[in-house]
Design a protein around this ligand. Structure first.
Ligand code: SAM
Ligand code: SF4
Length: 495
């Protein structure tokens, strides 16, 4: 066992800024280059954009120098994310000197916030396109190619891209994201998402299930249902959730637990995951569905943000510390083998030593398997920026973050040590990053498991006996299928 101190502090860290390529889409057509930053939603959106422009004859490339259109899919969630992206735009601008006809565009969350600055003041880009306007990209590219500035940052009441089958860019061919909601109505006081991505809308369940079915047919064995708050999913014929809730009769609606079960029934060999769950909305029906269907993975990402009820109030999260801990108790009771991870912010406005201690205490009480941990970063236009003072000094935010990370590293290692000596059902995602002789995949609890390749292949389910670990990875050997009978991680399936 080794504590290598490698707790990941950013989601999708290993894919940030990756230029994504659709294999098999090489061709004589114009070339599209997309760099993606931010959350899983953004990676999923890049696939939608590749699909929209693919229909116009574009193929994808990972070489910026050969691009006709270069897009950066941006993230505004923290100031450092924006800074990093601005650096990349400078690089693209330089590349344009050698390739003057290349069209440069900014898409995603920074589009609305920074459109005037990027287009007019700094003249950094030719196209600015917001998250709800990707269908307009062919027009915007035409406008930009003819030398005009092209902008569409309108946020929509209806758009969910339900009918667009996203191109699976740069994926492993085994696991895929399916977007089920867009936008967010929660207005957490620190968060810019409701401003950049608009109001919450749910996608037609028929189109979600069909996408899962098609993915399974193509050989995919895992789908992750994506939304800022998946538990809030509510299909009522389209449009904003707030308008659906205003109706008197909700009898013909579909909620998240119902959707989850329908997707799980596509095939018992298709694993189903979901992200992100919101503690105020995660209800028992979802937990019962997880307990009942073996292919719904025993894993919940349940961001707490802070362990202090006072700060949770200021953050407008809609729950208290006690409510959160009760949700955890219910998860453990209903899905005993459930892996649990979280998001934590240190140094939010007015955070005291006691608030910070409450966070560390809550982390210890829950015993998270992993966590994404951040320093608070004030975002313009949010309620916190308008009404509260960002008064915790940067170095103190950093000290507290280091304490949170250090605690999480030791808890992740302890959690992994507990998995040693057990057999885990692993869906193989490909070769291990460190050795071509080994494969890696994940167990239902979302832990990465590495083991010798032998005859096993990508897309296989393999039972692996774990005999070693780091704080980030389980290590083991494949055992015969018979051994799965002794797996402590098996659940009953209703089949
Ligand atoms: N919708 C999800 C939820 O509410 O749990 C999370 C969405 S957000 C993309 C991912 C995480 O970024 C949040 O859970 C929060 O921890 C972090 N985050 C959001 N705004 C932030 C800010 N202003 N400063 C630091 N971290 C922030
Ligand atoms: Fe942001 Fe809160 Fe919505 Fe998550 S739930 S996206 S943190 S406003």
């Amino acid at each position: 066992m080794r504590n290598e101190g490698i707790t990941v502090t950013e989601p999708m860290e290993d894919r940030q800024g990756q230029a994504l390529e659709l294999t098999g889409a090489e061709g004589p057509g114009r070339k599209l280059y997309i760099e993606t930053y931010g959350c899983q939603m953004n990676f999923s959106d890049s696939g939608i954009v590749a699909s929209v422009l693919g229909a116009e004859g574009f193929s994808t490339t990972t070489e910026m120098e050969e691009a006709d259109v270069a897009l950066v899919n941006t993230c505004s969630i923290r100031d450092n994310a924006e800074k990093r992206i601005r650096g990349r735009l400078d690089v693209l601008r330089l590349a344009k000197r050698n390739r003057p006809k290349m069209v440069i565009g900014v898409m995603g969350c920074m589009a609305e916030r920074l459109k005037t600055r990027l287009l007019e003041e700094e003249k950094l880009v030719d196209i600015v396109v917001g998250p709800d306007s990707y269908r307009d990209l062919p027009n915007l590219v035409r406008e930009a190619t003819s030398g005009q500035q092209a902008v569409n940052v309108l946020l929509s009441r209806e758009e969910t891209y339900a009918d667009i089958s996203p191109v699976r860019l740069g994926g492993n061919g085994v696991s895929a994201f399916i977007s089920i909601t867009r936008g967010c109505d929660n207005m957490c006081s620190f968060c810019v998402v409701p401003f950049t991505r608009g109001r919450e809308r749910s996608r037609n369940p028929g189109s979600i299930v069909e996408e899962a079915r098609q993915l399974f047919k193509k050989g995919y064995r895992e789908v992750t249902l994506l939304g800022q708050n998946v538990d809030s999913y509510l299909w009522g014929g389209g449009g904003w959730k707030k308008d659906i809730l205003a109706r008197n009769d909700l009898s013909d609606t579909v909620n998240f637990a119902e959707l989850l079960v329908t997707v799980a029934k596509v095939d018992p060999d298709l694993r189903v995951r979901f992200s992100t769950s919101h503690p105020k909305d995660m209800d028992d029906d979802v937990l019962h569905a997880m307990a009942k269907y073996e292919n719904i993975c025993s894993y919940i990402h349940l961001p707490v943000q802070s362990g202090s009820t006072r700060l949770l109030g200021l953050m407008n999260r809609g729950y208290t510390r006690e409510w959160y801990l009760e949700r955890i108790r219910k998860i453990r009771e209903t899905v005993p083998d459930c892996g649990i991870s979280t998001d934590i912010i240190t140094g939010f406005c007015t955070e005291t030593k006691e608030d910070h201690k409450d966070t560390l205490g809550l982390m210890g009480e829950v015993g998270y398997d992993s966590a994404y941990m951040f320093k608070y970063s004030e975002r313009p236009a949010t309620a916190a920026a308008r009404n509260m003072e960002d008064d915790v000094p940067e170095d103190l935010k950093g000290t507290r973050l280091a304490e949170v990370i250090s605690l999480q590293n030791s808890m992740s290692l302890a959690s992994n040590e507990q998995d040693m000596g057990k057999v885990h059902r692993v869906l193989v995602e490909g070769e291990s990053k460190r050795s071509a002789e080994k494969l890696q995949g994940r167990n239902p609890q979302n832990k990465v498991v590495v083991f010798p390749k032998k005859d096993h292949r990508k897309g296989d389910y393999v039972n692996v006996l774990v005999d070693d670990c780091t704080s980030a990875t389980l290590l083991g050997v494949a055992v015969s299928d018979k051994t799965s009978e002794v797996s402590v991680l098996e659940k009953k399936n209703d089949s």
